[in-house]
Write a protein that binds this ligand. Structure first.
Ligand SMILES: [Cu+2]
Length: 110
């Protein structure tokens, strides 16, 4: 019984040890930024599906305190741009990626 307890305690310690290591890799600040998404609508100015890029004249983005502007985005998956055409109005969801790029995770015509 004493041995079983010792083994169990060791298992719990090992488990929490692993959790601790995992959290040390991703800092809380980075994890928060990676999960934060933003949504707005916009007009498609240019699409380069083969490069996974799109230029949008977007409406304000309150969650980023952005005014309306025209800017380029990259898409998480080129397939997202399959049915997106210039001069179309779209709604989209994006997040800030590495190197200050903004990555669209969802986009659809409205
Ligand atoms: Cu912008």
């Amino acid at each position: 019984m004493k041995n079983l307890f010792a083994v169990t305690a060791l298992g719990v310690a090992a488990f929490f040890g692993n959790v601790d290591r995992d959290f040390s890799i991703i800092s809380p600040v980075y994890a928060e930024q990676a999960q934060e998404t933003h949504q707005t609508t916009g007009l498609v100015k240019n699409v380069k599906q083969d490069k996974g890029r799109i230029t949008l004249a977007h409406e304000p983005v309150p969650s980023l305190k952005w005014p309306s502007m025209t800017m380029g985005f990259v898409v998480e998956d080129q397939a997202l741009l399959e049915n997106i055409k210039p001069d179309e109005k779209v709604e989209f969801t994006f997040m800030k990626g590495e190197g200050g790029r903004f990555i669209i995770t969802e986009i659809s015509a409205i």
